[in-house]
Design a protein around this ligand. Sequence first.
Ligand code: GSH
Length: 233
Amino acid sequence: MLTLIQYPAAFGLPSASPFCMKAEILLKLSGLEYEVETNADPRKMPMGKLPVVRDADRIIADSALIQAYLESAYGCDLDSGVPEQDRAIAHAFCRMLEERTYWVLVYSRWLDDGTWPKIREQFFGGLPLLVRFIVPAMARKDVRRTLHGQGLGRHRRNIVDGFGADDIRAVANWLGDKNFFLGEEPTSADATVYAFLANAAGDVPFDGPLKKELLTHENLLAYVDRCRDIWFR
Ligand SMILES: N[C@@H](CCC(=O)N[C@@H](CS)C(=O)NCC(=O)O)C(=O)O
């Protein structure tokens, strides 16, 4: 049996990590049996990050490698019949969401002073009183440093918000009136696209730049509902 190790459910989402949600949807698309193990502290994981999949004595860290593993070890074809050109488009959009939009999300969750108390409570509220304020303050400092290194952290807030809105608008324009990212059937691209849109908006109880933009696109709202209905109801 495959085990998905991911962060616990939060903000009405199965995981407040878009990468963990993506991995779970990939498992659902594969049709293989799996169980979920939650872990709030990824430091002992091979890459110090989640998601991770355990399969007997094998450990696969990173959602892209998880997909590759499902394909190579179990012969799952999550994108059967998808033409190369569509795969290229999906690849580019998914990398945009994972490598840029993700950091806008991180910025708005961790650095925004209005949002931060809710994040702190959700992610660290269960810690013993003695460390309940020290650990999150250190974690926030780390995130600030990471965002500075990545580059987004060097921009003013309105610039970062604009980058995020551009990404969401691009997804909305590509999706158009299709039911799923590449047409009428879900593919592996939807694992990423839905996971990121759900985390950007979903039931997360605060307004970030991604949510603000998403709320202006009827097609994205319908898409989020459609995907939630098939994978998480
Ligand atoms: N490329 C990885 C990214 C995974 C990732 O960034 N996970 C974040 C949560 S969304 C994490 O565990 N971060 C912990 C840390 O950086 O300390 C994947 O696709 O799985």
